[in-house]
Design a protein around this ligand. Structure first.
Ligand SMILES: CC(C)(COP(=O)(O)OP(=O)(O)OC[C@H]1O[C@@H](n2cnc3c(N)ncnc32)[C@H](O)[C@@H]1OP(=O)(O)O)[C@@H](O)C(=O)NCCC(=O)NCCS
Length: 218
């Protein structure tokens, strides 16, 4: 059964359930894993729901794609009463693909907020939502995917397993939700070169142009 969904902005049941459920997983990651993810405690659930709802509003324009794994509720391990249920499923984790408008880099996009509920870690949720995100990226010719992740977080070890390479560290990048004071270092991570048709054409043209440059100089 397919559990990974790309948020469809035309489906009202999704635009209602996704932001609230995403906010709860987001809060879980900040409070229980000290994930550096935009907000610091004390957290306002309403504000975080609004944050995710605002991203969902940017799906139609192509700026965002939101990919989420919703798993059927397991009666032998039911969620707590306050968990958002959508079509008899609970949210296991999600990720967002963010395309920023750029004439010089229409192929660049950012992977944001890969967050998996602590109830569902190490069961392949991140791998599956990232695979779907890459399908979405390929579909829209976004072949240079960038993201950043905190040094010392579990995620640091996950991205290399998914083919991403580390391109550098930014010291003292942001405040940790551990105590709202400690400055954490951040790693910049990159996945480049999905073999989309556009990428192949542009890469070949680039090789030809460089060769021509060399021939003209000599
Ligand atoms: C990091 C995180 C997204 C991983 O999600 P997950 O669903 O548990 O990951 P998966 O089960 O898909 O694991 C993918 C691979 O990474 C490995 N992995 C997962 N968590 C790991 C960890 N903490 N340390 C080392 N390796 C890890 C898995 O073993 C797996 O490798 P394999 O397929 O070769 O066996 C999740 O732990 C999380 O949400 N953490 C808090 C939020 C966070 O840090 N997000 C990243 C922000 S950039």
């Amino acid at each position: 059964m397919e559990n990974v969904f790309v948020l469809n902005p035309e489906d009202a049941s999704q635009t209602e359930a996704f932001p609230a459920a995403m906010a709860d997983v987001h809060i879980d990651c900040i409070m229980n894993s000290h994930t550096m993810a935009t907000f610091l405690p004390p957290l306002s659930r309403e504000r975080i729901i609004e944050y995710h709802a605002s991203k969902a509003k940017e799906i139609r324009s192509g700026v965002y794609s939101i990919i989420a794994e919703w798993v059927p509720v397991d009666s032998s391990n039911p969620p707590s009463d306050d968990v958002v249920i959508w079509k008899d499923r609970e949210l296991a984790g999600f990720v967002m693909l963010h395309r920023t408008p750029s004439e010089t880099g229409p192929f660049r996009a950012y992977v944001e907020k890969l967050l998996v509920s602590s109830r569902f870690r190490k069961r392949g949720v991140a791998r599956r939502v990232m695979a779907k995100l890459e399908d979405e990226a390929r579909r829209t010719d976004s072949w240079a995917l960038m993201l950043d992740t905190t040094v010392g977080s579990g995620a640091e070890f996950v991205y290399p397993k998914l083919g991403y390479i580390m391109v550098g560290v930014i010291p003292e990048y942001g405040l940790s939700p551990k105590d709202n004071k400690t400055l954490e270092d951040e790693i910049k991570v990159l996945l480049q070169g999905f073999a989309t048709e556009k990428w192949i054409v542009l890469s070949l043209m680039n090789v030809v142009l460089r060769l021509l440059d060399v021939l003209m100089i000599s």
